[in-house]
Design a protein around this ligand. Structure first.
Ligand SMILES: Nc1ncnc2c1ncn2[C@@H]1O[C@H](COP(=O)(O)OP(=O)(O)OP(=O)(O)O)[C@@H](O)[C@H]1O
Length: 367
């Protein structure tokens, strides 16, 4: 059912503060009855903010984008754009009335149209002069000057992506939706495009929702990251807090290498195989906990007779990532400099500098 917009606006509690351009309140979507693809999703994007939806394949990222765009009805909850209710169980305002810009993985440029005409596709309502002016502005903004008469097949992947961006931005969208926009580009190009896109979005103060499964991409692009797992929002925070203060073992593991070590609390401290840690949880002596440690907090000192052993080394250019087995069989990882090369089998002592350990109650569900 399509409710007229003014009906929604007549209800004062449906207004949002002007600073929230987009808000989802306990939104659920389901493709099949009884099996929600996303559940209880609540978050808001502020004006000009770049927000990343991050999570593994199938966690519901694209479904959220589709719900925001109006392609997917919501089963329950509410979705607001610029303070206007656009989706609930009885209402799905059509996409063309939402003023959202979209750039999806395959860019979907019109192959038979030149760059300028691709950009101008949604500007039919403007005079020829205004249209020309806007196209020129977008070509300059996206660094595509001189390419206006080319066809999409005469462009590189990165250039095609910029045309798709220009075509979305020229509509002056309330929110720009980007679904894995770098997945078709080689790593070098993707890196450069991330920087360019970030600068462009900042310059145009475009509120953006970017979907990715790559935490490095999310860290590089986002003001805040929403981490999703099996249709549920696990944490929404700045990249730094997501990395250093993950709210769950799943988040900790998804955004970087993490090891989980069992411990128990005695005299207010956590005792583990790797030593003692301060207890940050409101739990009492005798309780079991799990400590998350990142490889950059564990340093190796080769020492004859030490009981831990190196069982693997992965050279990563700027670092060596070592896999180490403790006497109990527990595996941990250590990040050392790129020139610190030790052989497999070397006995090592472990020095733990717990700058960003996080304590979780144990037992917790496997990450
Ligand atoms: N058209 C559809 N019909 C039925 N189920 C679907 C449909 N589209 C998605 N799903 C299911 O909904 C869930 C969420 O899918 P979604 O595409 O939103 O995940 P995603 O995080 O974007 O994944 P990816 O990174 O692989 O694109 C998955 O379990 C998926 O199988």
């Amino acid at each position: 059912m399509h409710t007229e917009p003014h009906q929604a606006l007549n209800q004062p509690d449906l207004y949002q503060p002007a600073s929230n351009v987009l808000e989802l309140r306990t939104v659920a979507c389901a493709y099949e009855t009884g099996r929600p693809a996303i559940r209880n999703i609540s978050f808001a994007a502020r004006e000009g903010e770049i927000l990343c939806l991050l999570g593994p394949s199938g966690c519901g990222k694209t479904t959220i984008l589709r719900a925001i765009a109006g392609f997917e009805p919501v089963r329950s909850g509410e979705l607001f754009l610029s303070g206007r209710l656009v989706s609930n169980a009885n209402l799905t305002v059509p996409t063309e009335e939402r003023r959202v810009g979209m750039v999806f993985q395959e860019y979907a440029l019109f192959p038979h149209l030149r760059v300028a005409d691709n950009i101008a596709f949604g500007l039919q309502h403007l005079s020829r002069g205004d249209r020309k002016c806007q196209i020129q502005e977008m070509l300059t903004l996206t660094g595509l000057e001189g390419f206006d008469r080319r066809y999409p097949h005469e462009l590189s992947g990165g250039q095609q992506q910029r045309v798709a961006l220009a075509r979305a931005l020229v509509q002056n969208p309330v929110v720009l939706l980007l679904d894995e926009p770098f997945s078709n580009l080689d790593p070098d190009m993707a890196g450069r495009m991330r920087q360019d896109l970030h600068a462009l979005l900042r310059r145009t103060k475009t509120t953006t929702i970017l979907v990715t499964h790559d935490h490095e991409e999310a860290f590089a692009m986002a003001d805040r990251i929403a981490v999703l797992n099996q249709g549920v929002l696990e944490q929404m925070d700045t990249p730094e807090l997501i990395y250093h203060m993950p709210a769950s073992p799943f988040v900790a593991d998804f955004v970087g290498q993490a090891d989980f070590i069992q411990g128990d609390i005695r005299d207010g401290m956590i005792h583990t195989e790797l030593g003692e840690f301060p207890n940050t949880l409101p739990v009492v002596d005798g309780a079991a906990v799990t400590v998350m440690i990142r490889p950059d907090d564990i340093h190796l000192l080769p020492a004859k007779g030490a009981s831990a052993r190196i069982i693997g080394r992965q050279f990563r250019g700027s670092e060596n990532l070592y896999t180490v087995r403790l006497p109990s069989g527990q595996i941990v990882h250590s990040s050392e400099g790129s020139t610190s090369v030790y052989q497999e089998g070397t006995a090592v002592e472990l020095q733990v500098l717990a700058t960003h350990t996080v304590v979780f109650p144990a037992p917790f569900p496997a990450a």
